[in-house]
Design a binder for this molecule. Structure first.
Ligand code: TYD
Length: 219
């Protein structure tokens, strides 16, 4: 079993059902004796959680939105993600930069070249000789926006993103597809319009195939 640090991110439109699978993966890694850091974006540090409050609730333009997402990300990388990877932990992060490309870029129509520049500034890490920190794997829960809308309907008070029309989520989903095509080796796409148990099997299998989780039942 691999003992280097692992940085795994989870993506998908609102309602795609990431949370239960992230929790189950944390459990599976811990059962194998790995230390796990469970975290999320925007957020994950006291400063970044304050920025999350603002960006999810206060009206602002897409440039403000993108800058706050990346400001939160910089603090999160420095305070939480990089130290945990240095301790060889498994970092499971609910959303990361692909969400900025999908939501602020494809969803809001913000300039992708500017987002690319911000990505290069924010994810350049001194401990890696300035190379960009990127996830070792990104699990994309791919759910048709119409299905997600049904799942979210009446669930709770929607935030600034959840209250967007379905057309917005169509663009966000397409944005995730574009990111996958640019770096297919980093992604696993999990079709998520199927029972939760089937989604979990697909997620688990992709970790077993990489040798990151033991095949269930095999010791
Ligand atoms: P999420 O944590 O999935 O929401 P919740 O906890 O309410 O299920 O994500 C919060 C929202 O932030 C989600 O609608 C997507 C959005 N978001 C962006 O627009 N850009 C980003 O870079 C990130 C990380 C999230």
């Amino acid at each position: 079993m691999q003992t280097a640090g692992l940085f795994i991110t989870f993506e998908g439109i609102d309602g795609a059902g990431k949370s239960t699978h992230i929790a189950a993966l944390a459990e599976a890694f811990r059962a194998q004796g790995r230390e796990v850091t469970l975290t999320r974006e925007p957020g994950g540090t006291p400063l970044a959680e304050k920025l999350r409050e603002l960006v999810l609730n206060d009206p602002m333009d897409p440039l403000c939105e993108a800058l706050l997402m990346f400001a939160a990300r910089r603090d999160h990388l420095q305070q939480v993600i990089e130290p945990a990877l240095a301790r060889r932990e498994v970092v499971l992060c609910d959303r990361f930069t692909d969400a900025t490309f999908a939501y602020q870029g494809a969803g809001r129509g913000f300039d992708l070249a500017v987002l690319g520049q911000l990505e290069r500034w924010v994810q350049a890490m001194p401990a890696q000789d300035g190379r960009l920190r990127q996830p070792d794997l990104t699990v994309w829960f791919d759910l048709p926006p119409a299905v997600a809308a049904d799942r979210l309907a009446g669930a709770r008070l929607p935030d600034r993103f959840e209250s967007q029309p379905q057309a917005f989520f169509e663009r966000v989903a397409a944005g995730y597809g574009d990111r996958l095509r640019q770096d297919p080796a980093r992604f696993v796409r999990v079709p998520s319009d199927q029972p939760r148990e089937a989604v979990w099997r697909a997620v688990r299998l992709s970790f077993e195939q990489r040798g990151w989780l033991q095949v269930e039942g095999v010791r």
